[in-house]
Design a protein around this ligand. Structure first.
Ligand code: SF4
Length: 220
């Protein structure tokens, strides 16, 4: 959202502060929605999560990370076998291929995942969103992860009017204080799951309904 003049800029800044303060009050227990122990497990989970729910991914990886115990196991598995293990994630042929290629690339890098976004994007199946998931959770580097919830809710709150995830990412980085970025991602994911769902947002019971611009416009 463009800041037009001093007054509207102050109004907008206050609006953002109110949103962040309400998110902080309502979402305290924050953790990554994908279960993992090792950084490479988060990388593979994030690859699996494309077009798939995190709940489904966690169900798959519970068995997957017991069956394949380290990066070598993933690098050496036959694609057909891995496909069977991850079939319910959808797009399983591509995902299996990418996971195996990522495991091989990690071995070349002495099992070290890079923290640089450009290096991360060189991994098969890793786009900007997945790269930022790794950077934020593994390396605690402040960044904005624009997933489906962040995209939808940032638009509903009118923090941005952009549709392109990369543009949303940069706009949110411009609007939000850097020390909020990491928790904003997790808070908005929680909010999208619990209240502001894609199909049926529960505006009546939403703690943001007194300030949410989309809701206010809908009732006047
Ligand atoms: S008031 Fe409605 S649209 Fe606005 S954030 Fe809450 S649930 Fe979403």
């Amino acid at each position: 959202m463009m800041k037009k003049d001093k007054k509207s800029s102050k109004e907008f800044d206050d609006y953002v502060k109110d949103i962040l303060s309400l998110l902080d009050k309502n979402y305290l227990d924050l953790k990554c929605s994908l279960n993992y122990k090792e950084p490479y497990e988060l990388l593979f989970s994030a690859i699996l999560s494309a077009q798939c729910t995190d709940i489904r991914v966690n169900l798959i990886t519970k068995n997957l990370f017991e069956k394949y115990k380290n990066i070598n196991d993933f690098a050496n598995v036959e694609s057909n076998d891995l496909e069977k293990d991850i079939k319910s994630a959808g797009f399983y042929r591509n995902k299996a291929k990418n996971i195996i290629l990522c495991a091989k690339k990690l071995i070349e890098l002495n099992n070290k995942i890079p923290d640089n976004i450009l290096e991360l994007k060189k991994f098969p199946g890793v786009g900007r969103k997945t790269a930022n998931v790794i950077r934020s959770h593994v390396f605690k580097i402040p960044c904005i992860v624009v997933d489906t919830h962040v995209k939808r809710i940032s638009n509903r709150l009118k923090l941005t009017q952009k549709k392109d995830p990369e543009k949303i990412e940069f706009e949110l980085m411009n609007i939000l204080p850097e020390n909020n970025w990491l928790r904003f991602n997790m808070q908005i994911i929680n909010h999208g799951r619990k209240i502001c769902s894609a199909r049926k947002p529960d505006c009546k019971n939403c703690f943001l309904n007194k300030i949410c611009k989309t809701f206010i416009e809908s009732i006047i």
